[in-house]
Write a protein that binds this ligand. Structure first.
Ligand code: SF4
Length: 432
């Protein structure tokens, strides 16, 4: 089996260092639940319907995507990917899907491997939505098939937003349609868990979900400071609590601790480069290579910091806009946003990326084109052209996968980064 070693990241934020222990503890809790049957386990999709699960205190939601990222960070994915490919799944399919499928097929039964927290247990039910990615629906169906159709599956169809609408001016029937699906999912969970829907609890979950998002948004805004208080090597690792625990006090507490720490760094003028001059600021676009987050530390060699990401922005849309008095509508807007960001009106997303680049005083963009993720990749060359021609911001387009290090060529990637950094430094010198 292949074993590929890549660079691990070095973190500078204390809150980030808590994330991996929390991940391990969470999986350990899930494995305990398998033994004591105290809760029902549910697989949910990234940026999907986790809030709905937290409404029921006897449900523990699990994210296969997060598990895949954790496996990648621990350099454990190649054997799992090879199991999936050996079973006939094409290497061009989503890396998250392949890793999870390899795990379900054989990987979970390997006695000589210790997965984070003891591994991802088999769930009692499945929920997916098409909001963030239409491939999720196929993935969850395939999981249902692999598990022998013994685990019920509920799929939510979130409509694509037509270009004639904006997120703030949605036609009512789009919201109504999504609200109906959310109500259907809550009924489905109620049937599985044997619990009535507690509407006060639903409102509380929506409130907490909005509060965590608002704190994360505040922290993101603090990152506009020069020097940058937190680079992508930290920020990307901080997503898990925000995504997996959206709707819980735990997510709010983590987001607050993170916001406070980043604020303290800004107030003290403390930057990622620890006193060295910050010469270049970058925006990282798309899902990162989780197996080599040390990529971001490598940029420091050029006194460059990746100061913001498109990916972290994606997960805190609600930014305090979730209204506990309108819980269904708030959740519907949140899921419709996922659909908008990933699939609908690309020009609007290009303007959003450009706005981020300008607000964060970015000198260049690094876009990561993922072989297996067509949905978040196909438009990247066009986006690079727009950034250059309309906004004068150069883009380096790298290629690889988020969990499959076999397609990542560390040497050539660093050569291209070196050339891009030198070009940006020269360009900046000439401008000044
Ligand atoms: S968005 Fe891309 S990476 Fe995520 S599940 Fe869909 S295809 Fe896979």
């Amino acid at each position: 089996m292949s074993q590929v070693k890549t660079d691990k990241s070095k973190k500078s934020i204390e809150a980030t260092k808590l994330v991996y222990p929390m991940v391990k503890e969470y999986y350990a809790e899930a494995n305990k639940v398998v033994q004591d049957h105290s809760k029902k386990l549910c697989y949910v999709t990234g940026a999907g319907l986790v809030d709905l699960c937290w409404v029921y205190d006897n449900v523990l939601p699990l994210f296969p995507e997060n598990f895949n990222a954790a496996c990648a960070a621990k350099q454990m994915t190649p054997p799992l990917l090879e199991i999936a490919e050996g079973a006939g799944y094409a290497r061009e399919l989503c890396g998250y899907f392949r890793n999870h499928t390899g795990y379900l097929l054989e990987g979970k039964d390997k006695e000589d491997v210790t997965y984070p927290g003891g591994g991802l247990p088999i769930p009692d039910f499945l929920i997916a939505d098409s909001g963030s990615c239409y491939f999720h629906l196929k993935w969850w169906r395939e999981t249902e098939r692999i598990l022998g159709y013994k685990v019920p599956c509920y799929l939510i169809d979130v409509p694509y937003i037509a270009p004639r609408m904006t997120l703030d001016e949605l036609e009512a029937h789009y919201l109504d349609y999504t609200v109906k699906q959310i109500k259907g999912a809550l009924e489905f969970i109620g049937r599985i868990t044997g619990r009535e829907l507690d509407k006060d609890r639903l409102r509380e979950v929506v409130r907490l979900s909005g509060e965590a998002s608002a704190l994360f948004e505040e922290m993101q805004n603090l990152r506009k400071a020069v020097p940058s208080p937190m680079g992508s090597e930290d920020a990307l690792s901080c997503l898990m609590p925000l995504v997996q625990w959206a709707g819980t006090q735990q997510a709010v507490d983590f987001a607050r601790a993170l916001r406070d720490e980043v604020k303290a760094r800004v107030d003290a003028g403390k930057g990622v480069l620890q006193g060295k001059e910050e010469k270049l600021r970058l925006l990282f676009d798309n899902i990162p290579p989780w197996y080599t987050l040390g990529f971001f530390n490598y940029l420091h060699k050029f006194n460059a910091v990746s100061v913001i990401e498109s990916y972290t922005y994606y997960f805190h849309y609600s930014r305090g806009r979730m209204d506990p008095d309108k819980p269904y509508e708030s959740l519907a807007r949140k899921y419709l946003y996922g659909c908008w960001f990933m699939t609908s009106v690309r020009e609007t997303v290009h303007s959003l990326i450009a706005k981020k680049a300008i607000d964060y005083k970015v000198d260049g963009i690094i876009s990561y084109a993922l072989y297996g993720c067509k949905i978040a990749t196909g438009f990247l060359p066009y986006q690079a052209k727009i950034m250059q021609e309309q906004y004068g911001i150069p883009t380096l387009l790298l290629e690889g996968d988020m969990v499959d290090p076999r397609d990542y060529a560390d040497g050539p990637v660093k050569n291209r980064v070196d050339a891009f950094m030198e070009m940006l430094l020269e360009r900046k010198k000439q401008k000044s």
